[in-house]
Design a protein around this ligand. Sequence first.
Ligand code: M6R
Length: 365
Amino acid sequence: EKGEYRHFMLKEIYEQPRVIQATTEGRITQTRVLEQALGTKAGNLLENVRHVQIIACGTSYHAGMVARYWIEDLAGVPCSVEVASEFRYRKHVIQQDTLFLCISQSGETADTLAALRQAKKAGFRAAMAICNVPGSSLVRESDLVIMTQAGPEIGVASTKAFTTQLTALLIFTLALARHNGLDEEREAEIVQAIRMVPGQVEQMLALDGKIAEMSQSFMDKHHSLFLGRGAMFPVALEGALKLKEISYIHAEAYPAGELKHGPLALVDSEMPVVTVAPNNDLLEKLKSNLEEVRARGGQLFVFADQAAGVRGEEGLNVLEVPSVHAITAPIVYTVPLQLLSYHVAVLKGTDVDQPRNLAKSVTVE
Ligand code: M6R
């Protein structure tokens, strides 16, 4: 039931602090990831993994893209990510000791299951799943499963499934990283950062009113650009997908460094450009990308760390957000983008929970 909320999507956005917390429950201590909590076989299966192949669709694919940054950064293990519908229809080379990781909210997405079944024939070390539905086909067909504890997601636009997938993926990354030389101190630092996420998401939710105000600038727009760098690039992709899906505004996401290679030509005063700017080592680079947009009259909407020193001025709308750890930033910064799409859709009067032409679970090709 929607309860006090106008739409399931809004309810599900607001459930995030609780379900993210539930996804960490029993899996981390104050300072460590509990590998046994990922399954009795986890230790064995994660030992000697030399490559991770992630397969997913849509929002779950974006979660996989974030995970690639984490896995290569923290575990030092090469990671490839591909959408299932591409992977399954091409000849592919499975490297030795590959962990095949499918991410799916429903566990019934036809392309993801087909990719898994096909890859099983080709042979790999183990099949792992990050999934939200117990007993789903994906769960039954995998060797190692981390369930997200998002609870039923009714809105077609995935919200809490995504942030709990990211939470599960980060915990998994730390477990894998421990087999690959991550030191205890760094593990403790990141575990502590994970423990802070529910509270930080709460703080993002408190910006709802300001985001609703911001959404008015998008109502009459037909196009928009989303920019991010590093692990925030998939967050931009996810933000753009949300906006397209429920408000029907064309939204494209780009890694900010690619602007000059084409999309900058689109920028004029009619083009809103949304950016997430956590205080990470790419901040200075991102700031110069923002300047490029502003110099062409583009309207910028930036969610920026309060310590990032991005100040609002003509053409630059800044919503300052609390400081978060660079590793967990993709989880926390997803939330304002969800709220932005939600409010734009409400203003446009679209069917937020059941957007046209879409189904919650894509069980046929
Ligand atoms: O159930 P799955 O996670 O496998 O679903 C994958 C996509 O169909 C899904 O994430 C879709 O992109 C959402 N509607 C996005 O909001």
